[in-house]
Design a protein around this ligand. Sequence first.
Ligand code: CA
Ligand code: CA
Length: 117
Amino acid sequence: MSGTGTATGTPTGNESNLESAMQLMIQTFHKYSGNEGDKYTLSRGELKEMLTQELGNYLGNPQDKDAVDKVMGDLDANNDGEVDFTEFIILVGALTVACNDFFQEYHNDDKNDKKGK
Ligand SMILES: [Ca+2]
Ligand SMILES: [Ca+2]
């Protein structure tokens, strides 16, 4: 936990919500990426642990091995068998977009006088 520099993941106590969210994403990634193999990438096992612990509500049942393989295949853009931080952030981004779509649909249904984009 030392010698990693000062650029990221060092809370100063006065972050905005978005800055806190970014730090949380970084900290969450490294919480799982450091368990085995390369410290800075998620192996299949680390990915599964992360999905189970952090995204169980969104992804259903990540205990399902096929589901983990599918997420891994979708995320591993450079096909090195590991999920690096850039690949991880794409997952978080895609899930956040999906949540936002759901949120908007929910509110559109609320007042269904107008439909459109
Ligand atoms: Ca790792
Ligand atoms: Ca990769």
